[in-house]
Every structure is written in C-alpha cells, then in structure tokens.
Design a protein around this ligand. Structure first.
Ligand SMILES: Cc1cc2nc3c(=O)[nH]c(=O)nc-3n(C[C@H](O)[C@H](O)[C@H](O)COP(=O)(O)OP(=O)(O)OC[C@H]3O[C@@H](n4cnc5c(N)ncnc54)[C@H](O)[C@@H]3O)c2cc1C
Length: 386
C-alpha cells in the first residue's frame, strides 16, 4: 500500500475531518520546538476499567431498507449497518420512517432500542405517530453501546461489488442527513456529540502488523465512499516536524465528529420518553411473534440480532473489541498509530486494535473479551508517551 493510501485509510478510520485547531492544555508532551502541548494518556493496564466486544452487522449489499409483509403486519427493515450504525442512523431511519408512514398508518412498533431503533422511534414520533419500542435490551446493554463513537459513515457498510447502482447515492443521502442532524446535538449538556482533534501518526518504515486470527484468504472489497462527502468535512493536514507533538516521523491532524454514546443514548432515550413514546421489554423468537403486537406497521431495527430472528445469513459479524481506560477529562484528542485507535469520551478512553485492514474480526462472532489483545494495543501506543 502506498503512503498516500495508508494515510487516506487512517484518515477515514479516524473520521473525515477538517483542519485541527490545536493548543490544548495540560502536562505537555512533545518536546520539539513549536509543538502544541498535549496531555499524556495514562496507559497502565490497571487503568482499564472494562473490555467490551461488539459485532458489526455487516451486509455485503448494504443495510436492509425494504418492506416485507409478515402475516397482517407491514414490516420495514432497517438493519445491517456494519461499522457505521451511529454515523448513518438519522439518515437511514429517515428513509425507514418514510416507508413506515406510507399508506397513512399512525400507529407503529419499533423493534430494537439501539442506534437505529431509537432514531427511527424519535423520527416516527415527531412525524405524529404513536410509537412503542419493543426490545430485548435497551442502551447501555445493546451492542450500540459498545461502539467506538466516531463519525465513520462508510466503515464496513457494504462490499463494492454487491451493492445496487443506486446504493452509493442513497449512502450519501444517509450520511449527509445524519451529519446535519448530529450538529444540533453539539454543545448540549453531557456533550452527546462533540468535535475533536485527531492525530494520524506513522513511522518512516512500514510496520509489521498483526494479521489477527480471523483474516480470511478471500478478502471482501469493502466499499469506500468518503469522496462523496467532499466539502462536508475538510481533509486532514500534514504537520511539519516542528508542529508534530509525537515522537514519530509523520503526523496528520484534523477534526472530526465524535459520539459520546453514554450521553447520546441517554439523551435519545429521554427525548423519546418525554415526547410520549413508550419502551416495552420483549423478545421475539421468530417473525411469527410479531402477531403479538397491536400495531399494523413494524420497523425492524434488530441489528446483528436480525441474523437469528430473520434467519438472515447475509448479516456477517465483524468483531471489534475496545479496552476502556478510566476517564481523563483533560485528554481531548484522539490518535491512530500502528492500527491502534485511541479516542477519549467522558465515560472513558477507547483503546482499540483495528487490524491491518477491515477484514479484522470478519466472520468472528466471539463476544468474549480478549485481555491480551487489549494489552498489545496499549503497548503499541505506549512509546508515544515515553
Ligand atoms: C467495535 C465496534 C466499534 C464501532 N464503532 C462505531 C463508530 O465509531 N461509529 C459508528 O457509526 N458505528 C460504529 N460501530 C457500528 C455500530 O455499533 C452498529 O452499526 C450499530 O450499533 C448498530 O445499531 P443497531 O441499532 O442496528 O443494533 P443494536 O445496537 O444491536 O440494537 C439492536 C436492538 O434490537 C434488539 N433485538 C435484537 N434481536 C431481538 C429480538 N429477537 N427480540 C427483541 N429485540 C431484539 C436488541 O435488544 C437491541 O435493542 C461499531 C461497531 C463495533 C463492533
């Protein structure tokens, strides 16, 4: 891979961003002349508060956004958003809401209380429908709570060779709608959404990287649509040596959107309940169980759960693990170095091995935490703070 390609992929992983405003407070790292001070991370394993594992619900054809009739119910599917579920949620749910309200129904059930369920339910409620969410788990128990929390609208969203010709434009519409909607959450109490600086760091030599146990010989050609959002966000900027605060040869910096999921999930849940929505605990074992519901229209936002409930084997798990370090409120920047991503949230600091490419974790449904993966990720970025 060329340096430009490596750099571009890392920029996408860190979120498509704009020029970074630097100058952060705290104990300085970076000894070169002109380097902005950055507070250091406290990277001891003893500071790992928890390790979480999540499964990205990847579909080669992209998210399932279509209508199906099950018994006397009209079911609108809204699942399969890979590593982009938070980023695309408002846009995808806007499309699903339109489908659900076609025909004039004003009573709608939403199955699922993750990113897609909550945004669908809020949009339906705001469109005047009577809405109840039925779900096995609510945030923070849903898989959505275990996401990194960055703007990543085309992370494992589809395979280039499996989408319909209209999908890229639909993806763009979803991404733009979501981005615009999230702007209104910036600056709210608890910072449900924020903009943060990110550093993409790389050495002179290409580093050997762990292949990971799950890299398949037949790699998926994951779709990459970031170019379609040109103008929405600005590119990262290369930092000259005297501005590079890290002991590495090369650094790029930009600013990107981040989702502080504890606060965002709470906010969406509270808004929905305050605006008259209801949440009911319920598990569906087969689609026939939908007959229990009084609502004639059901929006199905079951995420990875759709694989079992709808026997949809087009949903492939892509495992991802996060070590959550105890919060350091003074750390307000993220970084990406040797395939390890770090992003601070009020609820804790994400340290995540991302693998040498997007196949990392593909086909792996093991949700057991792997402490050695966490330790390796921490050790990888530790030299940045020596
Ligand atoms: C490590 C990792 C990091 C990620 N980081 C990001 C990121 O930074 N940005 C981003 O945009 N995306 C990210 N993602 C992707 C994102 O987390 C998912 O796309 C998103 O959470 C999917 O949301 P969802 O609402 O469809 O599913 P879920 O959050 O899984 O919610 C499904 C809901 O349906 C319910 N349900 C399921 N089956 C049933 C059933 N049979 N009966 C009743 N209820 C049921 C569940 O209880 C739950 O309430 C990441 C994913 C991983 C794995």
């Amino acid at each position: 891979m060329t340096e430009a390609a490596r750099s571009s992929r890392r920029t996408v992983i860190m979120g498509l961003g704009s020029l970074g405003a630097l100058g952060l407070a705290g104990c300085a790292i970076g000894t070169r002349s002109g380097a902005p001070p950055l507070p250091p991370l406290r990277l001891q394993m003893s500071r790992v508060a928890r390790i979480t594992v999540c499964l990205r619900p990847f579909r080669a054809a992209g998210p399932r956004l279509e209508v199906e009739t099950v018994g006397d119910k009209r079911v609108v599917h809204n699942y399969g958003h890979g590593g982009s579920g938070w980023s695309l949620a408002w846009g995808s749910s806007t499309i699903a809401t339109g489908m659900a309200l076609e025909g004039g129904t004003r009573e709608v059930a939403v199955i699922g209380c993750g990113a897609l369920g909550l945004t669908s339910a809020l949009l339906l409620r705001r469109a005047g429908a009577r809405v109840t969410i039925y779900a096995k788990e609510r945030l923070p128990q849903t898989r959505s709570a275990r996401a990194t929390g960055t703007w990543s609208p085309d992370s494992r969203i589809a395979a280039t060779d499996s989408v319909t010709p209209t999908f890229p434009a639909q993806w763009e519409e979803m991404a733009r709608t979501s981005y615009a909607t999230y702007q209104s959450y910036i600056g709210l109490p608890g910072e449900p959404v924020a903009m943060s600086d990110r550093y993409v760091l790389f050495d002179d030599a290409v580093q050997p990287t762990p292949a990971g146990p799950n890299i398949s010989a037949e790699e998926v050609h994951f779709a990459s649509y970031g170019q379609r959002l040109a103008g929405l966000t600005s590119p990262y900027r290369y930092l000259p040596t005297n501005e590079n605060p890290f002991p590495v040869a090369h650094a790029r910096v930009g600013t990107s959107m981040q989702f502080n999921i504890a606060a965002l999930g709470q906010r969406l849940t509270d808004d929905f309940l305050r605006e008259g929505g209801q949440i009911v605990d319920m598990t569906f074992d087969t689609p026939a169980d939908l007959a229990r519901l009084r609502e004639p229209v059901v929006v199905n936002c079951t995420g990875y759960g759709a694989r079992a409930l709808w026997k949809d084997e087009s949903v492939v798990p892509v495992r991802g693990q996060i070590a959550w370090l105890m919060p350091q409120p003074e750390v307000r920047y993220g970084l990406f170095y040797r395939h390890v991503l770090m992003l601070p949230h009020p609820e804790g600091i994400v340290v995540q091995e991302t693998g040498r490419n997007d196949m990392y974790g593909y086909g792996n449904a093991d949700e057991a935490p792997d402490r050695s993966e966490a330790a390796t990720a921490m050790a990888t970025i530790a030299p940045l703070y020596r």
